[in-house]
Design a binder for this molecule. Structure first.
Ligand code: SF4
Ligand code: SF4
Length: 343
């Protein structure tokens, strides 16, 4: 299929057209913080300022706190009311790193138990990616196999080619939507060539790099090196910000709230960085901070690859940008003990 293109000044009209069928989410500023929020029907100023959101797109599928059902207590039983949340949504402007993070989360939420809350939202969502042409110096996505302006994890991918965006249909769902959308022009060979150039330049703009070769084996080899992990964890204050904002972290806890006979069950984000993590069912098996920091790093770079064959980090850099004490996962990975003997 030939790719399409659209003038940047027509993006508002495009989002309005898509709003007839979907609840459209687009980059927005809420008290200064960039988030993906329900589009207000007119503001496209994000095209000028948007780099990435602070809260990752995972919040649209696995919200910080979600009512998973309501219940009514009767004399000998409970009546359960499941939620009816089947609306179609479209995320406009998702970055390739965050789209990859959703593909990584899918593996967990489809694994031994298929999570209906997460999966119903995923199945009802169209992802429209926007290539990243101005990465932060904390981004290191290229080290995790991601290109900032290309993605196979979205339905439609947009590339900034000047006054216009090139629009590529990546999935059948994306192709159907592009085919049914008005006001799009066919892209020319010159547009394709310009998009290719933009993608290559964007790739080169990501200058922070880590060496992920044999990272799993290196972490396995230094797992018991308490001295190393003590030093790596020294300045962390266990606030949990890095895990809440990480697009691939998915720990949660479950709470019931009951007032008289009416109640609801909520699922809310939790963090392995917290001292009280898992205190509800048992004691925290990682009382010491260095063990919690080790868990966060090893889960992404050792355990997830062992279980699913992929690193559970997209190099989005949020944990570096938002950490209040400048803890930096790339430094921790770069300084893994050299004594490690790899077989
Ligand atoms: S954001 Fe920084 S201080 Fe807070 S838990 Fe993460 S590494 Fe530790
Ligand atoms: S560990 Fe840090 S860089 Fe990697 S995906 Fe999570 S927030 Fe992004």
């Amino acid at each position: 299929m030939t790719n399409k293109k659209i003038n940047k000044k027509d993006i508002g009209k495009l989002l309005n057209e898509w709003s007839q069928e979907f609840t459209v989410f687009a980059p927005s500023r809420e008290t200064g913080a960039a988030i993906l929020a329900k589009w207000d029907g007119k503001d496209t100023s994000f095209l000028d300022w948007y780099r990435n959101t602070i809260t990752p797109a995972k919040a649209g599928f696995f919200p910080p706190s979600e009512k998973i059902f309501s219940f009514r207590k009767e004399s000998n039983s409970y009546q359960i009311e499941p939620p009816s949340d089947e609306h179609k949504q479209l995320f406009f402007g998702i970055r390739p790193c965050d789209a990859r993070a959703l593909a990584i989360l899918d593996m967990t939420f489809k694994d031994a138990y298929e999570d209906p809350y997460y999966l119903s939202k995923r199945n009802n969502t169209i992802l429209v990616g926007l290539g990243c042409t101005n990465p932060y110096d904390s981004c290191f996505c290229t080290s995790t196999g991601i290109s900032p302006a290309e993605s196979r994890d979205v339905d439609i991918m947009l590339t900034d080619i000047g006054d216009q965006f090139l629009m590529e249909a990546i999935t059948d769902k994306g192709k159907r939507l592009l085919d049914s959308t008005g006001r799009l022009e066919e892209a020319s060979e010159a547009d394709e060539a310009r998009a290719k150039e933009v993608k290559e330049v964007s790739y080169q703009k990501v200058t922070r790099r880590i060496d992920t070769k044999d990272i799993e084996k290196k972490l396995l080899a230094c797992f018991e090196d308490e001295d190393y992990w003590e030093k790596a964890a020294a300045k962390c204050i266990s606030c949990g910000v890095c895990t809440f904002l990480c697009p691939t972290c998915y720990c949660f806890d479950i709470n019931d709230e009951l007032v008289k006979n009416q109640g609801a069950r909520f699922r809310s984000w939790d963090s392995c960085a917290f001292t009280i993590y898992t205190k509800m069912p048992m004691e925290n098996p990682r009382e010491e901070k260095w063990k919690r920091v080790r868990q966060k790093v090893c889960h992404k770079y050792e355990f997830y690859p062992m279980n699913f064959g992929v690193i559970a980090c997209t190099g989005c850099g949020r944990c570096i940008r938002q950490c209040p004490v400048n803890w930096d996962i790339t430094q921790v990975l770069d300084k893994l003990p050299a004594k490690v003997q790899l077989k």
